[in-house]
Design a protein around this ligand. Sequence first.
Ligand SMILES: Cc1ncc(COP(=O)(O)O)c(C=O)c1O
Length: 382
Amino acid sequence: MSELRVQANPRAAARAQPYAAAQALSAGGFAAATREISAWPGYAPTPLVALPALAASLGLAALWYKDERGRFGLKSFKALGGAYAVRRVLARQGLPAKDVTVTCATDGNHGRSVAWGAQVFGCRSVIFIHETVSEGRAQAIRCYGAEVRRVKGNYDDAVRHAAAEAARNGWYVVSDTSYAGYRDVPLDVMHGYGVMAAEIAAQLPAGVVPTHVFVQAGVGALAAAICASFWLRWGARRPRFAVVEPARADCFYRSLEAGRPTAVHGDLDTVMAGLACGEVSQLAWEVLETGADAAVAIGDASALEAVRALALPRGRDPAIVAGETGGAGLAALLALKERPDLRAQLALGADSTLLLFGSEGDTDPEIYRRIVGRSADEVLAA
Ligand SMILES: Cc1ncc(COP(=O)(O)O)c(C=O)c1O
């Protein structure tokens, strides 16, 4: 059986506790990002797909899957954050775009978004990747005119490298992770992600609020943006919130356990490339410290099972193309199926209605084909 652990958050806010007005993520920030991004050429809401047969097989009442594969042609939700932050950097600096270089570290998707934003808005980009980022993902970033540099170490090493090079060269760091003294840009990134929450609220059946949300976390920017959006929107009716992580990069799990940000070291090796982060983003922690109800740590085998389960659906459910990171929320549900004790801990039962974030499609088509045995086109044509 694949690895599976659940950590309840002892500091989780009571349902009735309002979203703290002092929080950096704000209703105004989310609304501004949604106004701007929904006016970009090529904008269209991504589908919210109901998967009733899969829900029934897992002993749940309903399952919705927000499928981000089609987002601006970039194949992941990250298109919303990095590119929006590039736009905001240019607006804040007031310099001609051609004189600006933006940079970031990435395990693939964020760098693709920053490179795309740089190309669209006319500035230069230099993107840092670490040792285990696949060549397919590096190539996808170069497609948008970025210079891609590979550095030794893991994602967190690449973050430090990008910051040092930016300081040396006068470049602007467009990071999705925040740390002491660096908050404005990651805040923009997170407000950009809120577009998904706004779309979901309009796509759910009228009056319906899911009972649970499972969101996969790397540095936690996605999870925190969604958590804050729903808290602001739905208050005490907001869903129970679980953060899903790879067992070997479980920094939120450990942080919730310890009650403070706690890093995970080592190579953080996992097939869930987008989640191979060992340090929580400060801004994300500020929301999830009380906004998350639990963390779930899963093994790689579950992630691969989820990719296949979405590609080869049950009953009349549609086929969905998801990468290893994109299917992580479902991976947790699949693993939990055999563990009634842990399901009870998460208050999951036959009445539960689940919302999952399909945060990426086949961002590396070659890896996708190896996992499923066919290409995304073949899966969708079947
Ligand atoms: C496809 C995908 N899903 C989820 C995440 C996690 O997002 P965050 O690092 O904001 O937690 C990432 C991050 O790279 C990603 O690429």
